[in-house]
Design a protein around this ligand. Structure first.
Ligand code: PLP
Length: 404
């Protein structure tokens, strides 16, 4: 599969940055958008623009159909049924949704919520706040110094007091691939619910929520070629009746009087107010693009080759320390984080930017992890299929130039 051919589908990638061709290596923050996604959004606003589930006119019906088609595409993409797909604002709002609904109703004093030391703040702070409110306890599955998870005490960490196991699938800080199958199996053995933060995995590997058996799964559209402002929350069908709406208002009610209201069935009961219609349609177009152009097995292989070349090249530079489970990243990674002796990561990122290479530098919203490893900021290079071996060589060359 020649991924480099797809580069021309992304208009932004023809730009030059500081006189250099853009090397877009900050894809874990957000991916770029193919023309077909941009066109789908423009098409919606220029031909259809209407609110959904409200009007009887043609555009209102077309918009409703387009929005529900997008839901169907998402459902098929992750192996769910359409009614199990709730559109949200993003991964963060999906987790806050679960915490504010299922969490508030089911977490009691003394209950335990299990996360990992790898979590993005989006999958830590909502649980932390709930635990403080309820007198519940947060427990962390620890990491080894290379950022891989230590599952040796899993059976004692996840025990009969555990009510929720909410874990990241792929670390946005160092790329660790978490063995969620083992974690979900242990959670199910003690009757705990599970939430998977798939923000960094859904664009890089095939996910099948029913095969995984998780209760909730969240991701953001913008990390999957889609627009910002749209995310997905998968809620397993069995839980629909026992979870209250997150927000209440227009569009989600069946019958209302001044004292009482009854809710529509899921997914509508979970989507109050005007949803992000154009954004959902854009996400549907992003999924079409992936279905038509990207084989996930070939993608995983290609991204691992990019990581391997980068790791091999950076390993030759004695001032560079590569973080994360290096051997695993060479086989299955799509991002690589590193530190450079005596040069702050922000300065490294600024230097790379001066050479047309965009990367992220910082704690990557995973401060507990950075603290445990003893750094405040790392440089993160994150790939997608439109990256080239030349991008990798330019990074290695620029880092070399900087430490000279
Ligand atoms: C692992 C992980 N979880 C959650 C998020 C939050 O995503 P968003 O900011 O789109 O809500 C991110 C974003 O970088 C992430 O990498």
């Amino acid at each position: 599969m020649d991924f480099n051919k797809l580069r021309s589908d992304f208009p932004i990638l023809s730009q030059k940055i500081n006189g250099y061709p853009l090397a877009p290596c900050d894809n874990a923050s957000t991916t770029h958008k193919p023309q077909s996604v941009i066109d789908a959004i423009v098409h919606f606003y220029t031909t259809t623009n209407a609110n959904i589930y409200r009007g009887i006119h043609l555009f209102a019906e077309q918009a409703t159909q387009m929005y529900e088609n997008a839901r169907n595409k998402v459902a098929q993409f992750i192996g769910a049924s359409p009614q199990e797909i709730i559109f949200t604002r993003g991964c963060t709002s999906g987790i806050n949704f679960v915490v504010a609904t299922w969490g508030r109703e089911n977490i009691n004093p003394g209950d335990e919520i299990v996360i990992t030391e790898l979590e993005h703040h989006a999958n830590l702070l909502p649980w932390q706040r709930l635990a403080q409110e309820k007198g519940a306890i947060i427990k962390c599955i620890p990491i080894f110094p290379d950022g891989s998870l230590d599952l040796s005490r899993l059976d004692s960490i996840i025990n009969h007091k555990t009510k929720m196991v909410s874990v990241i699938h792929v670390s946005n800080a160092v790329g660790t691939l978490v063995d969620i199958a083992t974690i979900i199996a242990r959670a199910q053995a003690v009757g705990a619910r599970t939430l998977i933060d798939a923000a960094q995995s859904v664009a890089h590997q095939k996910i099948d929520v029913h095969a995984l058996g998780c209760d909730f799964l969240v991701f953001s559209g913008h990390k999957l070629l889609g627009p910002t402002g749209i995310g997905v929350l998968y809620i397993k069908k069995d839980l629909h009746d026992s979870i209250s709406p997150y927000e209440v208002g227009g569009g989600m009610v069946e019958d209302v009087d001044c004292i009482h209201a009854t809710w529509r069935k899921a997914p509508h009961k979970f989507e109050a107010g005007t949803p992000p219609i154009a954004q959902a349609i854009g996400l549907g177009a992003a999924i079409d693009y992936l279905n038509n152009h990207v084989d996930f097995n070939a993608l995983a292989l290609y991204e691992a080759q990019l990581c391997q070349r980068l790791i091999d090249g950076l390993s030759q530079i004695k001032q560079v320390k590569i973080l994360g489970p290096i051997e695993e990243l060479k086989k299955k990674g799509h991002l690589v984080s590193f530190l450079v002796d005596h040069i702050h990561s922000h300065d490294v990122a600024t230097f790379l930017d001066s050479r047309g290479i965009s990367v992220r530098a910082g704690h990557h919203c995973a401060q507990p992890f950075a603290k445990k490893l003893g750094y405040d900021a790392s440089v993160r290079v994150s790939f997608y299929f439109y990256n080239t071996m030349e991008d990798v060589d330019r990074i290695i060359g620029a880092v070399r130039e900087m430490v000279l």
